[in-house]
Design a protein around this ligand. Structure first.
Ligand SMILES: Nc1ncnc2c1ncn2[C@@H]1O[C@H](COP(=O)(O)OP(=O)(O)OP(=O)(O)O)[C@@H](O)[C@H]1O
Length: 609
């Protein structure tokens, strides 16, 4: 059976290997619990914060009580106005207002601090985990969406915790306290207020569900919008070269419109619930006045109590009305929190064996593939039953048509992915059992286009070994015969390379990648040979540097050039995911077959050039 007709194979690492967990299946309370677990700072000193919240809400209730007391027992005292009592009540009210303000300040500052500290932890955790995510997930999940999870989704949680959270604590306290005082003054009037708010309370659950769905869509659209915007920014040169600005703009406009539609829909629910809050407040006030006067005429309630009630209703209305807004913020935050938790829940596919991991001894490495199969998620097998051994110190060139599986072979060899079945062994040890630190020290992959960061040549070379000194780098350059090239750069090692190395030519970028690999000094070097054409002088220089880099190591080069295959000790020919030929260049040439055909096409290309 050929690779293309093979049934879809299970992706390595299970179904989760291909996508990031959306987190959508996590319930609201579970999200909150898990969110707090991930940011334990949020719980720190919560007792004191709640006490301050209680004080700041308690203070608000003192004012209506003071008004009632002043009216009934001060100004309206049986034997004429009691000035001393009235002043005392005034002072009590002023003290309560001051205490409320101080407590509210203390609570706000504390919530700010713990909120920001907790979210910084969450952001750091999520960002670190992005690095551990399966390589396949990172290419499947659009990068913009991934960035939005770590940035704007966490911001959303932050906004709620810092603002919504404060309002929530105060509102709940205020409503409860106002209710208690209302019941003490007049339970029939308290019932009037609660009846007025009953429809809103009952419908809150409905709104909460609607808002949750609607804001979940909004958060997804934010990710999609960031993705649509960031891709053309990164690929600006391609957009301009092919004059596809209009098409790109249409994509971005569509993403923005989708976000706008989702936001408008969500805000529609907010508006309805907010208006319901206002309506309930109006009803409650009217009910209190009418029933209050009626009770007053019957002598069941004093004038001071009715006036206090009017104030208490205000205390009650504000938070309840605000509650719908808080609900909105909470839903946004929970939707954001879910997406961040989704990242943290996505298993890192490459499990580091940790302290049990084996360490590779230094020196050239012996490589073995034992019946290795591999398939990308949901796709057919792209490597089938690869069973090969490369003895330490060998220079192996891997050749094959485009799409035959060469790069996949290299990725498995460097453990960027694990095989679906079979084993890859280095010095007889399964790659999965090797300590990640030891593996990264001993094995280095030089990709076709080595990524350069927007920094100096030195900083980029240092990615090979973080403690490399300038002398180490100069020695590496001398070893690869690149010292004179380095001297031609405007500031030598201190020359800035620009974004993605754009200030350097393609060939120069390759030289920086080779220097980086030399500084790393691996025992197994896996090279994906660059295909971009560079000028002949630089080509010779790259070839010479490569020659020197390979000395004393095992090397596996994905070869696109005839000379590389010719200079290798052995050539491995891959076709449609299978190894079809192996041997030294000359022997394979004599054999013909796939290698003969590849060789003929190389020779034809060269004569054309
Ligand atoms: N991330 C991926 N997701 C899904 N399929 C992939 C992925 N990367 C590669 N493939 C598929 O796997 C097969 C082998 O790809 P691979 O990159 O290993 O080939 P290659 O021989 O290195 O090709 P080239 O010489 O063009 O780089 C191809 O059919 C390719 O489409």
């Amino acid at each position: 059976m050929s690779a293309t007709t093979a049934p879809a194979a299970t992706p390595p690492g299970g179904a989760a290997a291909g996508r990031i967990d959306t987190g959508e299946q996590i319930g609201m309370w579970a999200t909150l619990r898990r969110g707090v677990e991930h940011s334990p700072e949020l719980k720190q000193g919560i007792g004191l914060t709640l006490l301050l919240a209680l004080l700041s809400t308690g203070g608000q209730v003192v004012v209506p009580i003071a008004i009632q007391q002043t009216l009934d027992n001060g100004l309206g005292a049986a034997g004429g106005p009691d000035v001393r009592f009235t002043v005392l009540m005034g002072l009590a009210a002023a003290g309560a207002v001051l205490l409320t303000a101080l407590a509210s300040y203390g609570m706000t500052v504390r919530l700010f601090r713990t909120g920001e500290a907790g979210l910084a932890t969450l952001r750091t955790k999520a960002f670190r985990h992005v690095h551990d995510l399966p390589l396949l997930t990172q290419s499947t999940e659009s990068r913009g969406a991934l960035v939005s999870r770590v940035t704007s989704d966490v911001d959303q949680v932050s906004q709620f915790l810092v603002f919504g959270g404060i309002l929530f604590v105060v509102s709940v306290g205020q409503v409860l306290l106002a209710t208690v005082v209302m019941v003490v003054y007049s339970w029939p009037l308290a019932i009037v207020v609660w009846v007025a708010f009953a429809p809103l309370f009952i419908s809150l659950r409905f709104f909460q569900r609607k808002l949750s769905d609607a804001y979940g869509v909004v958060r997804r659209q934010v990710g999609a919008m960031l993705s649509a915007i960031s891709e053309p920014v990164v690929g600006a040169a391609v957009v301009r070269t092919y004059a596809v600005e209009r098409r790109t703009q249409v994509r971005i406009d569509e993403a923005i419109s989708r976000h706008q539609r989702a936001s408008t829909r969500a805000q529609g629910f907010t508006a309805v619930s907010f208006s319901l809050g206002g309506l309930s407040g109006g009803l409650a006030n009217a009910g209190v006045i009418v029933v209050g006067i009626w009770l007053g005429l019957a002598g069941d309630i004093t004038a001071g109590e009715v006036l206090a009630f009017a104030f208490l209703v205000t205390l009650f209305v504000g938070p309840v009305q605000m509650g719908t807004q808080i609900l909105t913020d909470a839903q946004l935050a929970i939707a954001g929190w879910r997406r961040v938790i989704g990242i943290l829940d996505t298993p890192a596919d490459l499990v580091d064996p940790g302290p049990d991991g084996r360490t590779l001894p230094r020196g050239p490495i012996d490589v073995a593939f034992e019946h290795v199969d591999f398939a990308y998620p949901g796709g057919p097998l792209v490597l089938r039953d690869v069973d090969e051994r490369v003895t330490a110190g060998t220079r192996l060139a891997v050749v094959g048509e485009t799409g035959s599986g060469k790069s996949t072979f290299a990725k498995l060899l460097t453990r960027l992915m694990d095989p679906a079945s079979g084993r890859v062994l280095l010095d007889g040890v399964d790659l999965r059992e090797i300590d990640q630190g030891s593996l990264r020290r001993s094995v280095v992959l030089v990709p076709q286009e080595g990524f350069l960061f927007d920094d100096t040549v030195a900083a980029n070379v240092r990615y090979g070994r973080l403690d490399a000194t300038e002398d180490d780098m100069l020695a590496a350059a001398a070893d690869l015969g690149l010292d004179d090239w380095l001297a031609t750069l405007p500031a030598g090692l201190a020359t800035p390379v620009g974004q993605r190395g754009e200030s350097l030519s393609a060939g120069e970028r390759q030289l920086v990648s080779l220097l980086r690999a030399r500084v790393a000094d691996p025992d197994l070097l896996v090279l994906d040979e660059a295909t971009s054409a560079v000028d002949p002088e630089l080509e010779t220089r790259i070839g010479r540097a490569l020659e020197r880099l390979l000395v004393g190591r095992t090397s596996v080069t994905i070869a696109h050039r005839l000379s590389t295959a010719e200079n290798a000790d052995e050539v491995l020919v891959v076709d449609d995911g299978r190894v079809v030929q192996r041997g030294p260049h000359a022997a394979l040439l004599a054999e013909g077959g796939h290698y003969g055909a590849l060789h003929a096409s190389w020779v034809a290309q060269q004569s054309l050039a």
